[in-house]
Design a protein around this ligand. Structure first.
Ligand SMILES: *Cc1c(COP(=O)(O)O)cnc(C)c1O
Length: 481
């Protein structure tokens, strides 16, 4: 007998008028016969009536006001806003109508794809085991810090309660460590924009649980002393964490696992394509070395012969960190991207991302200094400190003026250690023509700042809305006019 919700049960009571249940199924009766008359509507609902063509124009015009990777160059540093192949959307839609509570035996093809992605990500990172559960980069960091906690507790290392984070790190690093209950100590960068190894030594002691490193760091620099740092932390019984949110610059060239890291999080929505921004959607898998595997969130997707399973019998697991399998739409997009490019293609993407960033860096250095000069990886940070001092034109003004020239602004005022920062990441998917056009727009703006500062300070001039009060705009959203 099928189980029915109480209301339906009532309606389907045998003998109830109009609801005789023939062998073939239920008879469908008009609502008017089933519902009390005083609840029935007697006049048609008064809905606004607009011709379809007007509705279409309204929404198309609204969408034209948007700016995204599909409409133009989007050089947000530390965000990897690359082109997202449209086939990814199709692949991610394959499983969109599966019910998330379906038993594993009915979702074998999905589990196979997720398992394949896991294997590919392990190959790329040089690690031993992985979870796809965390919903974003910051969530991956928190997951990893909770795993570190569980690991240290298990080993009886209760005194280890400090996490060290360089001052160039993404703000989510200290936040995740603090949320997991660690005390956070910041270590300063040196004049090259790298972790100052002497300052690191000065704060290292037996209480250190984890060193969290972003590499390439948020200045776009590859940390030169990584092997030495890894040894120093390991000698003290600590763990090394790799913030791999932006892996673009090293993809296919070097692997965190080979550099001595114990765990790493990836941002699938950055390095492995997927449109993101405005708070989602994301996916922040965490890959670990063997000794941390028992603490991975559960269930873990495993392969048993030819069958894929969701393994839950993991007594040391930190438990579930997100519902169901994680954000599978983003995971499937990442897999489509990886399989479309292949190993050699990923390696080439990494090289092109670095080439493009360095090409732009050298070009913009003709008129705007780089904060920490020298070769960069996938991104670099320019500074408008001189323009501010000489002409009163700030980075914010430059960012607004870029909008007039048809470009999205780069990341501004981050990392915090650079005054008047413009953090530029072109990615591998842009043409030389686009890079040149952006550089020329920036060159024009710097010239304007020197000759007509007011023009830049009062920008933007041609956008649908002029300069917003940032603080007020986030508190009092103006979504219509
Ligand atoms: C984007 C980013 C994060 C955070 O990722 P979310 O998905 O936004 O939570 C962490 N670290 C670095 C270096 C990042 O660029």
């Amino acid at each position: 007998m099928r189980r029915l919700p109480p209301l339906l049960k009532e309606l389907h009571k045998p003998g109830r008028k109009g609801l005789a249940v023939p062998r073939g199924g239920f008879e469908v009766r008009p609502a008017a016969e089933l519902l009390p008359t005083d609840l029935l509507r007697h006049e048609p609902l008064s809905l606004p009536e607009v011709p379809e063509v007007e509705v279409v124009r309204h929404f198309v015009n609204l969408s034209n006001l948007n700016y995204g990777v599909d409409t133009g160059f989007y050089p947000l540093g530390s965000c990897t806003m690359k082109y997202n192949p449209k086939i990814n959307e199709e692949v991610s839609a394959w499983f969109s109508d599966l019910h998330p509570y379906l038993p594993a035996k009915y979702v074998q093809p999905l589990l196979e794809l997720l398992y394949t992605l896991q294997q590919d990500l392990l190959e790329v990172t040089g690690m031993d085991a992985i979870t796809l559960e965390p919903a974003a980069g910051a969530h991956g960091e928190l997951t990893a810090m909770l795993m570190a906690k569980a690991y240290l507790k298990d080993k009886g290392l209760h005194h280890k309660d400090i996490v060290i984070v360089p001052d160039s790190a993404h703000g989510t690093n200290p936040a995740s460590a603090a949320m997991a209950g660690f005390q956070v100590i910041t270590v300063q960068s040196n004049e090259e924009g790298l972790v100052d190894i002497d300052k690191l030594k000065a704060v290292l002691n037996d209480r250190v649980a984890v060193l969290m490193l972003t590499n390439p760091n948020t200045l776009g620099k590859f940390e030169r002393d990584i092997m030495e740092m890894a040894k120093m932390v390991h000698d003290l019984g600590g763990l090394l964490y790799y913030d791999g949110a932006n892996l673009n610059g090293i993809l296919g060239w070097v692997r965190p696992g080979d550099m001595g890291f114990d765990f790493v999080h990836l941002n699938l929505h950055k390095t492995f394509s997927t449109p993101h921004g405005g708070g989602g959607p994301g996916s922040g898998p965490v890959a670990v070395k063997k000794e941390l595997e028992p603490y991975l969130p559960k269930p873990v997707i495993v392969k048993d012969g030819e069958t894929y399973k969701l393994e839950t019998d993991r007594p040391k697991s930190i438990g579930k960190v997100r519902s169901f399998y994680g954000n599978i739409l983003v995971a499937l997009k990442a897999l489509a991207y990886i399989k479309a490019l292949g190993g050699a293609g990923l390696r080439e993407a990494g090289a092109l991302a670095v080439l493009n960033a360095n090409y732009m860096r050298v070009k913009t250095e003709e008129f705007l200094p780089t904060a920490y000069p020298g070769l960069c990886k996938h991104e670099y940070v320019a500074t408008a400190e001189g323009l501010k001092r000489q002409f009163g034109v700030r980075t914010l003004d430059i960012a607004k003026r870029l909008l007039d020239k048809g470009f999205h602004a780069p990341t501004v005022y981050f990392p915090l250690i650079v005054h008047e920062a413009l953090m530029i990441e072109p990615t591998e998917t842009e043409t030389k023509e686009n890079l040149d056009a952006f550089v020329e727009a920036l060159r024009e703006i710097v010239e304007e700042a020197q000759t007509n500062a007011e023009l830049v300070k009062s920008a933007p001039h041609v956008t649908p809305v002029r300069r917003l009060d940032d603080t007020k705009a986030t508190k009092q959203l103006k979504v219509r006019w």
